[in-house]
Design a protein around this ligand. Sequence first.
Ligand code: C2E
Ligand code: MG
Ligand code: MG
Length: 586
Amino acid sequence: MRNSADMNRVSHTSGDARQDTRLLKILMENSEDGVLLLDHRGVVKHLNAAVFVLTGHAIRRVRGRHVSRFWNDDSARAQLPLIEDALWFEGYWMGTIDLSLKKGGVASFAVKILAVLPEQGSVRLYVVQLTRQERAAQRRESASDAQSPWDPLTGLPTLALFQDRLRQALSQAARRQYAVGLIFMDLDNFALVNDSLGRDRGDDALREVARRLARCLRTSDSVARIGPDEFALLLVDIDDLSSAVRNVGVVARKLYELLEEPILLGGSEIRLSAAMGISLSPQDGLDPQLLMKNTATALSHAKRKGRNSYQFFSQEMTETARRRFAMENSLRHALERDELVLYYQPQVDLKSGRVVGAEALVRWRHPERGLVSPLEFIPVAEETGLIIPIGEWVLRTACRQLARWKQMGLPMIRVGVNLSALQFQRQDLFKVVESCLEETGIDPKYLDLEITESAIMEDVQKAVAVLNRISALGVKLSIDDFGTGYSSLSQLRHFPFKTLKIDRSFVRSIESNAEDAAIVSAIIAMAHSLDQTVVVEGLETDAQLDIMRRLQCNEMQGYLFSAPTSVEEFTEMLRRGACLPAEDES
Ligand code: C2E
Ligand code: MG
Ligand code: MG
């Protein structure tokens, strides 16, 4: 549970609580503002007649229902998290809410909500005050609430509150070595909307933008209105510093998509665009003032570039983000245009020296950039979900290749296919594997699915269930890049793995680092006790080969024997029976 801010306590001390209640009722009934009392869940307990006057909803229909039932759907969804946050931390929220009226349509109300904690008990109640927007505007003119940390138009925090959150986020991030992203966004030509459609419509548009921004952020992130048509977004908890540019870039992209969706204003439809300035802490500054200054600099660069553009504070980051978007766009068409190819890297038995398997590794034959490494595009495919069709294509293509080799009368080998976590989560992997086997008629034992520890650890139970079913088909399963995750072999023994692939990071240091050699030796011993075959990845030198043989490793895959090669070259290798000098010959 989060810590709540100091709560307003309502006390019922003396015996004349009944008298208090009567007075309160009179006050409520004579108020021109709608007043509602909600329980801790947001269900209406009491309300006054003004609510009926303002909204047309009969009192008995409102009482006992959740307050958000009278809310315009979209706005409720977007605003609720913000409101809950404010009530929790500040005990108070003020802003604008669109309520549906009994006669149809919606009307905007200025709303104040106060969280109260009764003297007895710890369950919070909420007092809600509703004022028609026009009345609220009149009142603002007489008694200004310029001090409020909430923007009355959109209900978002204002700059002052946002700065406070930024300060908190930065100090937390520094402690936990997380990154923080800051985005300033300025709507392009917003004055045109006001001039052509009128200020009221302009206000509606700003409220809609605020809702969309709030919708696209996680609850830990913040959004604020910091100028007439300027918004600020704070992205926290970015734990992987190296991919921070990508993460923040993805959010920026999402913001563009949200803005591009047309906004309906009365009878007209408008489309907005914006300039964005982006900075990242720690790279671009550790303290709030510097980070904000740098973000503002980035924003002014973006504005100079014209409509709909974004700019990171550092030019290099802008380039990285831009390359990524360009890649995402062309990756969407790569499959249709038949630009993906599989390369095969042999796996060799260390005793006999014979090729007993191959790993299928995808490459992208990019029309301009040539052969692109999976290290570059698989992460993008994973983020965008494109890994689902790509992964299925890889699986089918590898199975078809196995069938072709069989047809050619070549010695049958095992073919490894890499799987991504998303393939477990988002699709019926069992069905896909089954259909590939059926279509190609290959013996399932020649198909070997490679899975990393992190992929299965995301949802262990589901992974165990899916993998057991796949394993029952006769398909082999390997644990890939072993040693890079945090799982232990004892966790992995619940899975039906036949093979364990030791990550190549161990091999690199095995000659110089006695500790790594000891770890590898222990991994091999444990895998053998579970009846698993051990394949070592990334073997490049004879010395490494000698060590791995001494440690009783079963198979190797690495440049020492062969890099991944095209299907033609690999077929040729199978045909001529390429071999590693066997143990006793070397
Ligand atoms: P991985 O599954 O661990 O594949 C082994 C990687 O090690 C391959 O890189 C291979 O070229 C490289 N390698 C093999 N021997 C040596 C060596 O002796 N020295 C060095 N320095 N490297 C060696 P590649 O092909 O670039 O693939 C990288 C990663 O991309 C793969 O790591 C895998 O995680 C991913 N990947 C490749 N194809 C697919 C695919 O079809 N689907 C999915 N989901 N991921 C794939
Ligand atoms: Mg692999
Ligand atoms: Mg690997």
